[in-house]
Design a binder for this molecule. Structure first.
Ligand SMILES: O=C(CO)[C@@H](O)[C@@H](O)COP(=O)(O)O
Length: 232
């Protein structure tokens, strides 16, 4: 058995959650999970429909994006995953989807405003949207540059990747991450729900107010503070 069997299994199971949660159609997304000791991650092969996926089909790649084990081509988004793993050492799972509402906000090149307590349960800021890349960068290695586009946007806006575990890539689609692949998948589902609620909120009331800071903090602390399940 491959010494990477455990991460292939985790990556497979996390990938299979995406169609079950309604976050992908056909081959529209990918999940990876890292083993920091082995210095690699397992990622979905490119263009393989979820119905044909097996743990053995997962591709093992190092943090420079070089294939270490696997017969299929790794996801076309592999270099974005590699850049994030290389620079953000606390994450072990990354998800990319084209879920409808989150992608619509990304294509509209807008942050998702913090309108409600569901949003505040998970983060205290708007969901950030990184501006689209210049033509020059797009003509280079788009997926590699996407990794830096995400890193730069976090740095320039003083965002902490351990607190804000999601981003919209302008003119493209969302990426989420977490300590585990399961948490990254959870974050993608939360993002899609928040994106839908924010869209509907603006449709019903284009001048809907943002959530008051006191409520933002109360809800976030309830789920992340020292007395919370995750904070302990
Ligand atoms: O962004 C895109 C396409 O727009 C890709 O993420 C999506 O098609 C998935 O590609 P892979 O099958 O993982 O190579």
């Amino acid at each position: 058995m491959s010494k990477y069997h455990h991460i292939k299994q985790i990556a497979y199971e996390a990938n299979m959650q995406l169609p079950k949660l309604g976050l992908v159609l056909f081959t529209f997304g990918n999940v990876s999970t890292a083993d920091r000791e082995l210095g690699v991650f397992a990622i979905k092969p490119s263009g393989v429909p979820y119905k044909d996926l097996t743990p053995e089909k997962m591709v093992i790649v190092n943090f420079d994006g070089e294939v270490i084990e696997g017969t299929l081509r790794p996801s076309s988004d592999t270099l974005t995953h590699a850049v994030l793993y290389k620079h953000w050492e606390a994450i072990n799972g990354i998800v990319h989807t084209h879920s409808t509402y989150a992608t619509a906000w990304a294509q509209s090149q807008r942050d998702i405003p913090i309108f409600g307590t569901t949003h505040a349960d998970h983060l205290t800021t708007d969901v950030p949207c990184a501006p689209p890349m210049s033509d020059e960068l797009i003509e280079g290695n788009y997926e590699y540059q996407t990794g830096f586009q995400i890193l730069n946007h976090f740095q320039e806006n003083g965002l902490d990747y351990k607190e804000v575990e999601m981003i919209l890539v302008g003119s493209h689609a969302p990426f989420t991450w977490g300590k585990t692949a399961d948490k990254a998948v959870y974050n993608s589902a939360v993002l899609e729900a928040v994106a839908q609620m924010a869209y509907l909120t603006e449709q019903i009331n284009p001048s809907a107010p943002r959530l008051k800071d006191a409520l933002v903090n109360k809800h976030y602390q309830r789920k992340h503070g020292p007395d919370s399940y995750y904070g302990q």
